[in-house]
Design a protein around this ligand. Structure first.
Ligand code: LHQ
Length: 253
């Protein structure tokens, strides 16, 4: 079964992260499927907007940590490979896509899952959703553009609190802080997100692409993604990281 389900209707390509039993945590397979889907969105003139959401009760729990477990005594994993091969190209593709991407955050968005949501152009969330920069719990640095998006969206004080404390930020507070565009009651999220994406799909695609270029230009996202990749490499070699992943997988506190 595909880990991303894809449908195209009324000019909107809907991408649903589809590993609900693992809160749609990212695997390399999911990255490959998303990459192919976004290439299709780029090439297909009939697609005017993309809508990204998650199946089940979560939006995305970040990297699937079962792909990251390190056996005792084994050499540490170089996390920069995963960022360089998957996450950073995904964020770049999303920001450079000359068509709007709407995100419907249907439930918890954690780690890279939170920052992939923030990489979208318009972020909507269900009232019950939350955003967690869970990296610090693993001894890691917010990645997938988190260190770039957070201070710009909410200011350095709040960005630092979110990154260091790794506590869930409820959707309503995320809206009040300007982290996201709008919150809807849970049952209204998908109808509202679909209507918004359809409206954008019917709009001036060329102009929207130019708006994205203008609003995102002059920013050093590219350099920041490279920095995150290098810092995460260092963090991933730490004992704290290795222990935290093993503890999560063994469900120890
Ligand atoms: C999971 C996960 C998960 C596997 C829930 N993996 N199974 C990128 C690349 C390179 C290097 C490193 O970093 C990165 C970026 C990252 O994203 S690092 C951050 C990775 N993500 C996290 O640390 C979040 C881990 N998950 C959680 O803290 C919780 O699951 C949250 C707070 C998201 C939700 O908590 P609950 O609502 O209590 O759900 P749960 O914990 O019971 O999860 C449900 C199931 O999903 C459970 O499986 P099970 O078989 O017991 O039902 C979890 O083990 C599984 N799951 N996240 N990331």
């Amino acid at each position: 079964m595909a880990s991303v389900s894809i449908s195209v209707e009324a000019g909107v390509q809907t991408l649903t992260l589809n590993r609900p039993e693992k809160l749609n945590a990212f695997t390399s397979e999911m990255h490959k499927e998303l990459r192919r889907a976004l290439e299709q969105a780029l090439d297909e003139p009939g697609i005017g907007a993309v809508l990204l959401t998650g199946a089940g009760r979560g939006f995305c729990a970040g990297q699937d940590l079962s792909e990251r477990n390190v056996a005792p005594g084994a050499a540490p994993t170089d996390l920069s490979v995963s960022l360089g091969s998957y996450y950073n190209p995904l964020v770049r593709r999303m920001r450079e896509l000359p068509k709007p991407i709407v995100c419907a955050v249907n439930g918890v968005a954690a780690g890279a899952g939170a920052n992939i949501a923030l990489a979208c152009d318009i972020v909507l969330a269900a009232r019950s959703a939350s955003f967690v920069q869970s990296f610090a719990r693993l001894g890691l640095v917010p990645d997938s553009g988190g260190t770039y998006f957070l201070p710009r969206l909410v200011g350095t004080a709040r960005a630092m609190g979110l990154a260091l404390l790794a506590e869930p930020l409820p959707a309503e507070q995320a809206e009040r802080w300007g982290l996201i565009w709008k919150v809807f009651d849970d049952e209204s999220l998908m109808p509202e997100a679909t209507a918004l994406a359809r409206k954008l799909a019917a709009g001036p695609t060329k102009g929207f692409g130019l708006i994205k270029r203008a609003l995102y230009s002059g920013y050093s996202l590219d350099a920041q993604l490279d920095l995150e990749r290098d810092l995460q490499r260092e963090a991933g070699f730490s004992d704290a990281y290795r222990k935290a992943v093993a503890e999560f997988l063994e469900k120890r506190k």
